[in-house]
Design a protein. Structure first.
Length: 439
């Protein structure tokens, strides 16, 4: 343990108890950053840690019930010599992505940055001995990409994460510990990330570990989110905070995310009640089935599926955070590189209909819409659809054209119903875009 910073940090953190905000009022800088976030629309999620060595996803410690003392051997042979932060950021930029969210600490408790709070980190515990998060920070600044820190609140390694939550049982830890000591540890790491790295915000995960017990009327622990969020916003009020707790946003949060689902949907079983708050939205999904590197997962989504997910996310007023899981050597799977480049090629041509837009009100089983100012984009996602009819069309129209070349579309607007036929020459297997200029 790096005592030099930890004890001092804890003394400062104790002062925050009396200062915790009773109600959260975002600063002007925060509101500006929220607007930027909504305009950005597309980001890269990176799940990477020592778990990648085992090639069985980021939950391998829990799923294989690997004992803590055995799992602690993994960092000693984590040496990702092919990790190239600049190449990775360039790949994200080529894909049309505006920000990157990286796992600084996942559920296994291992820090992928140079933590001064614990030696259980990539600099002190691996032969690689480099701060991967710092390298990404520097590459992002050079490329004009914003960086977010993913941080897991659940911890399968720390002795004071006790009583246990829904997960992390039978991993060889003493069945004792002090919850408040863990929270001080957690908040100290979060504070050092906020202070020492040029980041745009935090992406929290793991609150559900205790909350699922609460819902089941079983003993649980509180994370005291208000205190944690106050610590962050006191460092920099402009930092954005989101929490993957699968609940409506609470005070102190600045955006709401949906895991493997579009806003308002609950096909993955995570979005409790499918409720949507009034904050900027984000949906996250994987290229294959896994978040972290999985050697046997070759179920890669097609480029068409990924592009249409991006379009649907924008049509539902949300960003799309697309995940990759680097291999243990730091390299990116070729299938993932290929898809990111193909996404970028599509965005180069069609990005106008995605970036800086908000979700449009017109959508059905084959179509979504995006909107900016007086421009409405209809995205028709089924090539078999040649006739479009939109009832209760409330806007007045100046003109309607095919987005690809501005050729006029013959349309009718009668009794509030917009109708038009799509010329077969303009039908696109990925997305037929109709651009409507409103009066």
């Amino acid at each position: 343990m790096k005592k030099r910073a930890y004890i001092t940090t804890l003394l400062f953190l104790n002062l925050y108890t009396a200062l915790a905000q009773a109600s959260y009022k975002p600063s002007e800088a925060n509101l500006e950053n929220r607007a930027w976030f909504q305009d950005a629309k597309f980001g890269l999620f990176i799940h990477w840690g020592v778990y990648s060595i085992l090639g069985d996803g980021e939950w391998v410690m829990e799923q294989q019930k690997i004992q803590k003392d055995r799992y602690e051997l993994l960092p000693s042979f984590f040496n990702p010599q092919q990790f190239d932060a600049e190449e990775l950021v360039s790949l994200a930029k080529a894909a049309g992505m505006k920000y990157i969210t990286v796992t600084t600490k996942h559920h296994d408790g291992f820090a992928m940055y140079d933590s001064q709070v614990s030696d259980y980190n990539i600099v002190d515990a691996t032969p690689y001995a480099k701060d991967a998060f710092r390298l990404l920070e520097q590459a992002c600044k050079k490329a004009g990409i914003k960086l977010f820190a993913y941080y897991s609140q659940v911890d399968w390694h720390h002795p004071d994460y006790f009583p246990r939550g829904k997960t992390g049982h039978g991993l060889g830890r003493e069945e004792s510990g002090d919850w408040n000591t863990y929270l001080k540890y957690q908040n100290a790491q979060i504070k050092e990330l906020a202070e020492n790295y040029d980041i745009a915000g935090f992406w929290f995960d793991g609150y559900w570990d205790q909350n699922d017990l609460k819902k089941a009327d079983k003993p649980y622990q509180e994370f005291d989110l208000e205190k944690t969020y106050t610590i962050i916003h006191d460092v920099d009020s402009g930092l954005l905070i989101g929490n993957n707790h699968h609940l409506l946003p609470v005070a102190g949060e600045d955006f709401q995310m949906f895991e493997k689902d579009l806003p308002g949907k609950n096909t993955a079983g995570f979005s409790e009640g499918s409720q949507i708050g009034n904050l900027p939205l984000e949906t996250c999904e994987t290229i294959n089935h896994s978040w972290g590197f999985n050697l046997q997962d070759d179920h890669h989504k097609s480029t068409k599926e990924l592009i249409q997910y991006l379009i649907k996310a924008a049509g539902n007023n949300a960003n799309f955070l697309l995940n990759i899981g680097p291999m243990p050597n730091g390299a990116i799977q070729k299938e993932h590189k290929e898809r990111l480049k193909e996404l970028g090629a599509w965005m180069d041509i069609n990005g106008e209909s995605i970036y800086n837009t908000r979700g449009g009100e017109y959508q059905n089983e084959y179509m979504v819409s995006t909107k900016k100012s007086k421009i409405l984009y209809l995205h028709i996602l089924d090539k078999e659809v040649t006739s479009v009819s939109i009832p209760e069309f409330k806007d007045k129209i100046k003109d309607v054209v095919y987005f690809s070349d501005a050729t006029p579309v013959n349309y009718t607007l009668r009794k509030g119903t917009l109708s038009f036929e799509i010329d077969s020459d303009y039908l696109n297997d990925l997305d037929t875009i109709i651009k409507i200029t409103l009066k």
